[in-house]
Unconditional design. Structure first.
Length: 112
């Protein structure tokens, strides 16, 4: 799937077609960052409400997060701005950073 297909994907259709994208090191960092945020980004925590958690989505969220931070997706050709797309206020961004969410998961993915 390409970035625009991921952006338009109906996430209620399941995660089966998202896994191959996450598992492919040729996936662009911006696309992987989009996937992370579509999976509720830093708010995906099953410990807070385990009965209502989609455990497959949580596992996918954790894997893509680890890979984003670990350099698994070296290609950076696509801009994705999680702050703009998710309409985060400056106060929300500040709270996320203060809570320890790494800048790489909040700042826009800049094409290189």
């Amino acid at each position: 799937m390409r970035h625009d297909q991921i952006a338009d994907y109906n996430w209620d259709d399941g995660l089966a077609c998202i896994w191959p994208v996450v598992d492919d090191p040729a996936t662009d960092f911006g696309t992987a960052l989009l996937i992370y945020w579509r999976l509720d980004g830093p708010w995906m925590e099953p410990a807070e409400n385990p009965a209502n958690c989609n455990h497959e989505a949580w596992r996918l969220n954790q894997i893509v997060k680890q890979r984003l931070l670990g350099g698994f997706y070296p290609a950076r050709r696509i801009l994705y701005d999680p702050v703009q797309e998710n309409h985060l206020s400056a106060a929300q961004v500040h709270r996320l950073k203060r809570a320890g969410v790494p800048d790489e998961l909040i700042e826009p993915s800049r094409p290189v």
